[in-house]
Design a protein around this ligand. Structure first.
Ligand SMILES: NC(=O)c1ccc[n+]([C@@H]2O[C@H](COP(=O)([O-])OP(=O)(O)OC[C@H]3O[C@@H](n4cnc5c(N)ncnc54)[C@H](O)[C@@H]3O)[C@@H](O)[C@H]2O)c1
Length: 340
């Protein structure tokens, strides 16, 4: 099987490429990535010389480059991770999110139609459902929950999902969609909550926490997400959406305290900052469909996953130290209004 994986130099796509090449000895993977600030070739350095792997630097919005690549590679499947993925950045500049996340997805699907690709899988997010109240733990997102995006990021992902389903209905394109909760694990860019807290705590810098840190996310170890996508790709029904989540709801502030404790750092490093505009309160996924239809269940408990993640950041300093420079520093100051 030959798969084009877009956005594979990012966090989840990079983990997915490692997972698939380890699991399937005879698969070929071609990674298409624009290498934005969030894309890092060093994430793929272990596989760059693998004959089963190829990397192509291109923009999913570049129709000519995408069609040329599909014509040359003739993939059996496409898994689309490529996206602008950071909510805060979407609040500052929505247009980039609309281009990449919506028009880029359409371009990829047009190429799939043109070259008869047998499966297009769209990696979406639980954020398309909006948020849930914190005082109703019985409520969870199912695949039937209406779309109700809160940020330009989630609105762009919801728009892409609608397009994917429209391509299924209109053109019969064999598509699947996964909507996953928050991931954590290796190769996570240090602007996102868990790696940011680890990296700052290690440097004894303040840990910026939005509002009072009461917002709840449903955390899933990234390898469990990769396993879910692998299952959907091979056994999922086309035209279907699968929610992916680990029944692991936690408050942001509790995550931050766990990380500080693991690193032996004081809670006095926590610095509450002005809340994000339109900040979603709570996400919680009901994964019944993927569990009952495809037999997926998360394998990594949070206690184990966070241990592995902290250990990975301790052992792979060069990966994130390279990132924490230049543009990222300027961006960080702008978002959190703090120097350290
Ligand atoms: N991180 C999470 O917790 C999470 C949860 C659920 C769903 N998702 C979804 O999973 C996907 C991957 O998320 P992530 O956290 O790995 O993102 P990321 O920001 O770490 O990586 C995105 C990758 O896409 C590439 N990219 C961006 N624009 C591109 C373009 N125009 N053309 C080609 N490549 C481009 C970047 O260079 C980068 O390598 C996204 O679609 C996101 O919406 C993420």
């Amino acid at each position: 099987m030959k798969i084009i994986v877009t956005g594979g130099a990012g966090f989840i796509g990079g983990n997915f490429i490692h997972y698939m090449l380890n699991k399937y000895g005879d698969y070929k993977i071609v990674c298409l990535d624009k290498l934005t600030y969030a894309g890092n070739l060093s994430t793929l350095k272990d596989v760059l010389n693998d004959p089963r792997f190829a990397f192509v630097k291109a923009d999913i919005c570049d129709r000519k480059a995408v069609f040329e690549l599909f014509g040359k590679e003739r993939p059996d499947a496409v898994v689309n991770f490529a996206a602008e993925s950071h909510v805060d950045r979407s609040i500052t500049d929505p247009s980039l999110f609309l281009n990449t996340n919506i028009l880029g997805t359409a371009t990829l699907m047009d190429a799939c139609r043109n070259f008869g690709v047998a499966r297009f899988h769209q990696v979406s997010t639980d954020e398309v459902y909006g948020d849930l109240p914190t005082d109703r733990p019985d409520l969870m997102f199912t695949e039937k929950t209406p779309l109700s995006a809160s940020s330009p990021y989630s609105a762009s992902k919801a728009s892409a999902d609608l397009l994917v389903l429209a391509y299924y209905r209109t053109y019969g394109l064999p598509v699947t969609i996964s909507r996953c909760s928050n991931n954590y694990g290796p190769y996570h860019f240090p602007e996102k909550l868990i790696p940011l807290m680890i990296v700052n705590a290690l440097a004894d810098k303040s840990l910026p926490v939005y509002g009072t840190g009461e917002n709840i996310r449903d955390w899933l170890y990234v390898e469990d997400h990769c396993k879910a996508i692998d299952l959907i790709l091979h056994k999922g029904r086309t035209g279907e959406i699968y929610n992916v989540g680990g029944h692991n709801e936690m408050k942001n502030i509790d995550i931050v305290k766990i990380i500080l404790k693991k690193l032996g750092k004081p809670e006095s490093l926590i610095k509450f900052v002005a809340d994000r505009k339109g900040h979603d309160l709570r996400y919680a996924i009901d994964p019944t469909k993927i569990s009952s239809e495809l037999g997926w269940t998360p394998q990594t408990a949070f206690s184990e996953g966070i241990d592995k993640t902290v250990k990975w950041y301790l052992e792979n300093r060069e990966w994130w130290e390279e990132i924490i420079s230049g543009e990222y520093i300027e961006y960080y100051k702008k978002m959190y209004g703090v120097k350290s």
